[in-house]
Ligand binder design. Structure first.
Ligand code: ZN
Length: 309
């Protein structure tokens, strides 16, 4: 008797487990059916949308005409590719100018750093470009023409990567060179303007004096007058990396100069040289630290308040 009571209990237990399983199975089924209904509805909606769009297109265009229209549109885009590029640049310059004004007023969320890299193209310019690309940073290269032939194709790469190219004169000759007279200077910088145009198809309107504008001495004033007539602006710097004398300075030294120099400025114009191996080694940590310190990297443009006109 005791044994059959136990059997009944066992039977009831088994029965309730079965019922529970059946219930779970039913719920699962319901869920699957519900999901199918939702997916189906969504697919139907999308199909309806495309059918409507197709009906609209067919109603408004003859199919052959539509193909021709699209072809002509794309031809126009190709024809105007130079205009498109300058349109995009113009939009950038406008936005950058507006943001610069905000930073000057003290209402910008980030500070600005114009990283300017001088005297290239040279042995490390390509490596500089790779670091900048890796960190998604745009800079400004003040280039010279009197350099080794093997580096000339870097002109095109700099421009295609979206950096600004500035005029740093063709020869960059300071002693017995470009500062002998304002005419000699202008001749040399126009030669470089032509050279940049030849290599990139771009006309630059920003200049950096070899050695900085102070180096021009008494020639500075007449040169600036002539630059104005040519619609050129020039720019010096407010933060120097201290790397102009080659590898006398360590990468840590360069890093300290740049980071300490920018700390005090809402708009920093940093001067670096891409012939310096240690500057290349310092560049990644400089970029990381400046980004960390809320700086945005911008390529220079003529309208910038830092470009003197
Ligand atoms: Zn220079």
């Amino acid at each position: 008797m005791a044994r059959s009571k136990q059997d009944i209990r066992r039977f009831i237990k088994l029965n309730s487990i079965c019922s529970l399983l059946v219930l779970i199975f039913l719920i699962l089924n319901l869920y699957i059916i519900f999901s199918l209904i939702v997916v189906n509805k969504k697919i139907n909606l999308e199909i309806n949308y495309f059918e409507d769009l197709l009906a609209f297109t067919e109603a408004n265009y003859d199919k052959k005409e539509l193909e021709l229209f699209l072809l002509e549109e794309s031809i126009n885009n190709i024809k105007n590719i130079e205009n498109k590029i300058s349109e995009i640049k113009h939009t950038y310059f406008n936005n950058a100018y507006l943001y610069e004004q905000k930073v000057i007023e003290g209402t910008g969320k980030k500070k600005i750093v114009y990283l300017t890299i001088d005297d290239g193209p040279s042995a490390y310019t390509n490596s500089f470009l790779n670091v900048l690309e890796k960190y998604d940073v745009l800079a400004t290269f003040f280039l010279i023409g009197n350099t080794s032939k093997q580096y000339i194709n870097i002109y095109d790469k700099i421009s295609k990567n979206g950096h600004t190219i500035g005029n740093h004169t063709y020869t960059h000759r300071i002693v017995n060179g470009v500062y002998r007279s304002s005419n000699i200077f202008i001749e040399d910088m126009l030669k470089q303007e032509e050279f940049i145009f030849e290599k990139t198809g771009l006309k630059t309107d920003i200049l950096r004096f070899p050695g900085g504008s102070k180096t021009a001495g008494s020639r500075k004033k007449p040169i600036i007058e002539k630059l104005k007539q040519l619609n050129y602006g020039y720019i010096d710097w407010n933060v120097a990396a201290g790397d102009a004398n080659g590898v006398d300075i360590s990468k840590e030294g360069i890093y300290r100069y740049v980071i300490n120099g920018t700390k005090r400025r809402d708009i920093a114009v940093v001067l670096m040289h891409d012939f310096n191996k240690n500057s290349l080694y310092a560049l990644p940590s400089i970029i990381e630290e400046l980004k960390e310190n809320d700086y945005i990297f911008l390529p220079l443009f003529y309208e910038s308040s830092k470009v003197i006109k």
